[in-house]
Write a protein that binds this ligand. Structure first.
Ligand code: ATP
Ligand code: MG
Length: 253
């Protein structure tokens, strides 16, 4: 059974079609890319799958559960997560605090738990802090733990964005342009971390315009154009597809 199954999904903004009739499966632990020209509907598709946008029609199944009516948090609890094209860190918090704020189990925010279950709250905080430190080490952000997120470079913010999602213990991460605005050394670093997560069994679906870096990373690509899925397969196959070449940058790739 596929981990994520999208069936005949469509989304509109008024009379405008963001995407339509999208059907595809993502297998457990798979590593897949999504390409397409600006405005093709890639980010909107991620939003519809992860609960940030209500699609007009169609189904989204995650781990066998129809999640179409689930709130974002319910999908996250099942392990379905995303990052954003423009990172959404809390700029006034430190890097470490950003990870702590992303943790899903925070009974300390609940007054009743604070009063009646202090021991449990403290244990949760310790667990979350340990998890955050492990993620900072993994992403090599440990030396920046006490820095304000606002002082990070664009590439470091992308790493932090990934770190915040890892706090959610995801089974599937949908990454929206992780390499955009990131220098080549950090792109390599991010690619390696994505490979590590893949090796741990996490499914990754990566939107990216950097076709060279993406093709090196993923064994399979999907291509969208004007709200439709137009190709799928091995990167070398998809990038040679005349429909993709025509749609993407007017045939110059
Ligand atoms: N909230 C919204 N209201 C109206 N139209 C929107 C909204 N969000 C996106 N769109 C439109 O939907 C289309 C698809 O946008 P989307 O952001 O999904 O494209 P994309 O493939 O991610 O492009 P890019 O590669 O530039 O990020 C675009 O024409 C965009 O203007
Ligand atoms: Mg986008």
């Amino acid at each position: 059974m596929a981990l994520l199954s999208v069936h005949d999904l469509s989304a509109h903004f008024g009379a405008f079609t963001a995407f339509e009739h999208i059907t595809f499966d993502l297998e457990q632990g798979s590593l897949t890319g999504l390409i397409g020209s600006n405005g093709a509907g890639k980010s909107t598709l991620f939003s519809a799958i992860t609960g940030y946008l209500t699609p007009t029609s169609g189904q989204v199944l995650f781990a066998g559960t129809e999640v179409g009516r689930y709130a974002i948090e319910q999908r996250v609890r099942l392990g379905l997560t995303r990052t954003f094209q423009v990172p959404r860190e809390f700029s006034g918090l430190t890097v470490f605090q950003n990870l702590m704020a992303a943790a899903p189990n925070q009974d300390g925010e609940n007054l009743r738990s604070l009063v009646f279950a202090q021991g449990k709250v403290r244990q949760q905080e310790r667990d979350n802090a340990e998890r955050a430190r492990g993620i900072l080490d993994f992403l090599k952000l440990d030396k920046l733990a006490s820095e304000r997120a606002s002082s990070l470079s664009g590439g470091q913010k992308k790493l932090l964005e990934l770190g915040r999602v890892l706090m959610l213990e995801p089974r599937c991460i949908m990454l929206d342009e992780p390499f955009a605005g990131v220098n080549p050394v950090l792109i390599q670093e991010l690619s390696n971390r994505i490979k590590d997560l893949h090796a741990r069994g996490i499914a990754l679906f990566v939107i990216e315009h950097d076709l060279t870096s993406l093709s090196r990373l993923v064994p399979k690509l999907y291509a969208m154009d004007r709200g439709r899925m137009i190709a799928e397969g091995a990167p070398e196959h998809v990038l040679k597809d005349p429909k993709v070449r025509e749609a993407y940058m007017g045939g110059v790739i």
